[in-house]
Design a protein around this ligand. Structure first.
Ligand code: LLP
Length: 421
């Protein structure tokens, strides 16, 4: 069920007209639907039941504390990749024993933060990290529960910048060397081996790479158990893709993904963790922007918006497609106009879409980018000294700003001029 629908000719987020939010907050802004976030989280818990499991939201996809509170209150765990994200999860009230710590470059300081604050497990990605964690844990008189992230050398068949499971990628330990590294882990003080972790990439639209990876994890689990390790938890990563267009895309559903998990690793008696980000947050959010100008160019018309690549970087960074729709529903017979949709940033790369059919637009009209909840606000920057976009959460007919647009004073006050200059 889509919670972003036209009602009485105006695009709504749940029961709130986007025009109301725009009038109060100004544009551009991100808006998220609580009902969609909730529904997507439950799709995964239903897909994994009755296996013992925890759905750990990959908060890198959308890390606003209000969103984390909403998901945390539903029982979600969190997958964090930095001390900053760990702090966000805790600020949202998520207990440490529901937080998993991923990432190739955890610092000793981040390890200390998580060990003292409470952690469900570290997903360790290298031998130097393993040794550092052992040192930090022993110095604190604590034990670090760990999985080791294995790199199964599987082609995720996704965009090269977000594929992580091939041997040439920086992630995990080559699966062929896993037994050796588990043996070292078991011998180190302050380390408790509890499971195996894998994550092969993002925006996967085919289940076959997951199947190949999970079968390898199942084999490894049996071997590790035979080697004497008490493997009781499997973290299977995130990565399930979402439809970015209304029409022709039909990526696998969480239910099919759950069935695949049961088929490949369900007989091992392990607790299953997954780390979905995009599927929970992606289609739960829009970026709403206004038209600054319609500019007639050479053989093309430019729709110049007040949102830019610094607000939503995915099109320029990954050539990603986002549907762009008018907030005021065009009359049924309206013929689309074709635009290059661009932002005001001084780079040609600041292009959201080329030759895109959209309803005819005029200055001041509002448009919405669909599927912008994941890797939208979190990847925004202040390039060109454009303030970070505010975020709004909608629940039924309520809405609230959950991150304010910073003032220019706040932005400028972060810079300091040294006395000696
Ligand atoms: N777990 C780990 C260890 C990850 O590295 C990621 C994503 C996830 C889980 C969540 O994956 P998801 O379910 O969201 O696909 N900025 C890019 C996507 C980067 C994904 C990085 N890792 C984009 O906008 O497409």
């Amino acid at each position: 069920m889509d919670h972003f629908l036209y009602k009485n000719g105006t695009l709504h987020a749940e029961d709130v007209p986007l025009t109301d939010i725009a009038a109060q907050v100004g544009t551009p802004f991100y808006v998220y639907s609580a009902a969609t976030l909730t529904r997507h989280y439950h799709l995964f818990t239903e897909a994994l039941s009755p296996l013992p499991h925890m759905v750990c939201f990959a908060i890198k996809s959308l890390s606003n504390v209000a969103v984390l509170k909403l998901l945390g209150d539903l029982g979600a765990g969190m997958d964090v990749v930095s001390g900053g994200e760990y702090r966000r999860a805790r600020a949202a009230g998520v207990p440490g024993d529901r937080i998993v710590f991923s990432g190739v470059g955890k610092t000793r300081e981040e390890m200390r933060l998580a060990l003292t604050g409470g952690i469900r497990q570290f997903n360790v990605e290298s031998e130097p990290e393993l040794r550092a964690l052992s040192e930090v844990a022993t110095s604190l008189g604590l034990t670090a529960p760990i999985t080791i992230r294995v790199n199964p050398d599987v082609d995720a068949k996704t965009h090269a910048k977000i594929a992580t499971g091939k041997s040439e990628n920086k992630f995990g330990i080559p699966i062929a060397r896993a037994r050796e590294v588990y043996a070292e882990a078991a011998s180190l003080p302050g380390i408790e081996v509890i499971g195996v972790d894998v994550h092969i990439g993002s925006q996967l639209t085919d289940l076959a790479p997951f199947e190949a990876a999970y079968l390898k994890v199942a084999d490894l689990t049996r071997q590790l158990r035979a080697d004497g390790h008490n493997i009781r938890r499997l973290d299977l990563g995130g990565g399930l893709g979402i439809p970015y267009t209304r029409s022709n895309e039909a990526p696998p559903l969480p239910m099919d993904y759950g069935a695949l998990i049961k088929r490949t690793v369900g007989d091992l008696g392990c607790e299953i963790e997954i780390e979905p980000g995009r599927l929970i947050s992606g289609n739960a959010g829009l970026l709403v922007s206004s038209v600054i100008y319609v500019k007639n160019g050479e053989g093309r018309d430019f729709l110049i918006l007040d949102a830019a690549m610094n607000d939503l970087v995915r099109p320029s960074m990954y050539d990603a497609h986002h549907d762009i729709v008018p907030v005021i529903e065009p009359a049924a017979a309206t013929e689309a106009a074709v635009y290059d949709v661009v932002g005001p940033v001084c780079e040609t790369g600041d292009t959201f879409a080329k030759a895109r059919p959209v309803a005819p637009m005029a200055e001041g009209d509002l448009v919405a980018f669909r599927s912008a909840g994941a890797y939208g606000a979190v990847m925004a920057s202040e390039y060109n000294t454009r303030p970070l976009v505010p975020e709004v959460l909608v629940k039924g007919d309520h809405f609230a700003v959950i991150r304010q647009r910073p003032s220019f004073d706040e932005i400028l006050n972060r810079d300091t001029i040294p006395e000696w200059l």
